[in-house]
Design a protein around this ligand. Structure first.
Ligand code: F6P
Length: 512
C-alpha cells in the first residue's frame, strides 16, 4: 500500500519493525519476521488495533517508504552503517545490554556510541511526533529507546507516553557505572507510565531516580521538577509480558503440528527422552552452562544417546559484536566435543541448529520435547518458557526453568534451577526426566493455567489502562482545557443557534 499522511491514536516505537527487510546476494528483497520476544508479543497486540509502528527495517541505509501490513501502518526509520555499528551494536548491545544483564560480560563505554544513540533516539522521536494524532497514546519499547519519551514530550506535549522495559532494569550499583546515567533516567522520566517485567526492576528504577537524580520518590512514583519549576509524577510498576496463548495453543492442536512432532521424534532416532533448548544465541541465555551440565551427565553415565538426545536451536543474533562471536565459537566447539566424545555414529548427543524456524515448526518441536531447558543467567522474561507450556495442550513435558528469568516469578511450579550451580542443574534435569508422569501433568496444568489467565492481550490491556490513568501533566492539562473550552464554545454556539431558531419559529407561528 502507498504511504499515507494519516495520524494514529496509538503509536508504537520499538527498535525493530515487526518485519525485517532482507536483501539477498542476487538483489531480491523479502520480508521476514524480526527476531525476539518483543515482536512476538507486540505483533499480536497490534494486529487487533489500527495503529502505527515506528521502527528500523533491519537493513543499512535508506529506509523503505512507509507501508501497511494488515491493520498496522509501518513507519521505517533509517540507520546508516555507522549508526548500526555505534547505536545498535555498540551502545545498545555492548554498553547497555551487559550492564542491564548483571555484567555477565564486560560493558564497553564509548562517547561516540553515546552520541549516535542520542541522534538515533531523536530520529525515532521525530517520526513518532509525525504520525501521532492529537492526544494520541505513544508506547515506547525497550532499552534501545530510553531517550525517546522525553524527546517526544518536548515535540508533542499533548500525547500520553508509556515505556515498557523488556529486559531487566539493573540495580543502581551497576546502573551507576554508566557515564550517561542521568540523561538516561531523565529520558525515561519523559514517560507518564513505565512498565517493567518484575517488581524488582521497577524498584531498581525508582531507586536509581532517588539516588542519582535526587528526585523525590514515593512507593512507585517519581516526582520530576522541570527547570521552570513545574512538576509532574511518573509511575513505575511491574506488568509482566506474555504471549498469545490461544493462537499458539490452537496451532499446536492442529493435526499437521501433531504429525510433524511425531515425525521429528522419529527423525531424531525415537529417543526415550528428547531435551530441547531454544534461544537467541546470547550469553545471557546460559547455553554454555546447560551444555556443561549435559556433558557431565553423559560423562557420569547418568544419560546416554540414543535413549537421550538434545536439540539446541540457537537463533543467530548480533553476530558482529565480539562477545556474541566468542559465544558462538565456544558453543560450537563444545557441541563438537560432546558429539565426538559421547555419541555413537548415527546418534548425535546434541543436534545444534544455528537458525530460526517458523512458528509451526517451533510448535512441533515443543510438542515433541520431553524436557525443555530454559537456563538463562539473567533474562527479563523468557517467552520461550511460556510458549513451551502453551504448546503442551496434552499436559506432557517438563519445564526446567532458571530462577534468574522473569518467567520464574510466574512459573515457579516448574523444575527450578540455578544455572551457576552445575551440580544442582544436573540434579534438576534428572528430576525433570524421572518425576512420575502424573506429577508432571499436575505441574504442567498449573503452569498452563497461569499463562492462559495472563496472556498478551491482558498484558497490553493492563499496560494501556495504567497509562490511561496516569495523572495528567500540566502541559497536557492546559491542552485539554483548551479543547474543553473550544467544545464548550461550540456547544454554546449550538445552543444560541437553537434559541434563535426557536424564537424565529414562535414569531412566524404568531404571524400566521
Ligand atoms: O527484548 C530484548 C530484545 O533486545 C528486543 O528489544 C529485541 O527485539 C530482541 O531482543 C532481539 O534483539 P535484536 O533486535 O538485537 O536482534
Amino acid at each position: 500500500m502507498p504511504a499515507t499522511h494519516h495520524q494514529y491514536d496509538l503509536v508504537i516505537a520499538a527498535n525493530r519493525l515487526p518485519v525485517d527487510r532482507v536483501v539477498a546476494a542476487d538483489g531480491s528483497v523479502s520480508w521476514g519476521r524480526s527476531p525476539g520476544g518483543l515482536v512476538t508479543a507486540m505483533d499480536s497486540v497490534m494486529r487487533e488495533r489500527d495503529g502505527a509502528w515506528v521502527g528500523w527495517a533491519g537493513e543499512v541505509g535508506q529506509a523503505p517508504e512507509p507501508f501497511t501490513e494488515g491493520t498496522i501502518h509501518l513507519r521505517p526509520v533509517p540507520l546508516s552503517a555507522e549508526e548500526v555499528r555505534d547505536y545498535y551494536e555498540g551502545f545498545s548491545n555492548d554498553t547497555l545490554w551487559p550492564i542491564y544483564h548483571d555484567v555477565i560480560v564486560q560493558a564497553s563505554f564509548h562517547r561516540d556510541w553515546w552520541r549516535s544513540y542520542e541522534r538515533v533516539n531523536q530520529r525515532f522521536a521525530e517520526a513518532v511526533a509525525e504520525v501521532a494524532a492529537p492526544g494520541a497514546t505513544v508506547w515506547v519499547h525497550d532499552y534501545q529507546l530510553q531517550l525517546v519519551p522525553r524527546m517526544v514530550r518536548q515535540l508533542r506535549p499533548d500525547v500520553r507516553i508509556g515505556w515498557f522495559d523488556h529486559i531487566p532494569f539493573p540495580p543502581v550499583e551497576l546502573f551507576a557505572q554508566l557515564p550517561w546515567r542521568r540523561a538516561l533516567l531523565e529520558g525515561l522520566l519523559g514517560a507518564d507510565f513505565l512498565g517493567f517485567q518484575r517488581v524488582a526492576d521497577a524498584r531498581n528504577f525508582v531507586r536509581a531516580c532517588r539516588q542519582l537524580l535526587r528526585a523525590p520518590t514515593r512507593k512507585d512514583t517519581v516526582t520530576v521538577t522541570a527547570p521552570d519549576g513545574s512538576s509532574h509524577t511518573a509511575r513505575a510498576s511491574a506488568i509482566p509480558i506474555s504471549i498469545d496463548f490461544q493462537g499458539l495453543e490452537s496451532l499446536a492442536k492442529t493435526p499437521e503440528v501433531a504429525s510433524r512432532a511425531a515425525e521429528l521424534r522419529e527423525q531424531l532416532g525415537s529417543p526415550k527422552v528428547l531435551m530441547l533448548g531454544v534461544d537467541r544465541l546470547d550469553y545471557t541465555k546460559g547455553i554454555r552452562h546447560r551444555l556443561k551440565a549435559y556433558e557431565e551427565l553423559l560423562r557420569d553415565g547418568a544419560i546416554a544417546p540414543p535413549d537421550v538426545t538434545f536439540v539446541q536451536v540457537a537463533t543467530p543474533s548480533r553476530e558482529r559484536v565480539d562477545s556474541y562471536r566468542e559465544l558462538r565459537s565456544q558453543v560450537e566447539h563444545t557441541v563438537g566435543r560432546i558429539n565426538g566424545e559421547y555419541a555413537p555414529i548415527g546418534s548425535p548427543a546434541v543436534y545444534y541448529q544455528h537458525h530460526s524456524y517458523p512458528q509451526d515448526e517451533m510448535a512441533a518441536l515443543y510438542l515433541a520435547a520431553d524436557v525443555m531447558l530454559v537456563t538463562p543467567l539473567r533474562d527479563g522474561m523468557n517467552l520461550v518458557a511460556k510458549e513451551y507450556v502453551t504448546a503442551r495442550h496434552d499436559l506432557g513435558g517438563a519445564l526446567v526453568l532458571s530462577e534468574f528469568t522473569g518467567a520464574y516469578h510466574e512459573l515457579h511450579q516448574a523444575f527450578v534451577c540455578n544455572p551457576h550451580d552445575i551440580e544442582g542443574l544436573k540434579q534438576t534435569i534428572l528430576k525433570a526426566i524421572h518425576t512420575p508422569d502424573k506429577d508432571k501433568v499436575r505441574i504442567m496444568r498449573a503452569l498452563r493455567r497461569r499463562v492462559s489467565d495472563h496472556d498478551v492481550a491482558r498484558w497490553a490491556a493492563r499496560f494501556l489502562d495504567a497509562l490511561a490513568s496516569a495523572p495528567a501533566r500540566p502541559e497536557r492539562q492546559e491542552q485539554q482545557d483548551r479543547v474543553d473550552e473550544a467544545s464548550r464554545t461550540a456547544r454554546h454556539a449550538g445552543e444560541d443557534l437553537k434559541e434563535r431558531e426557536d424564537r424565529h419559529r414562535r414569531l412566524s407561528e404568531r404571524r400566521r
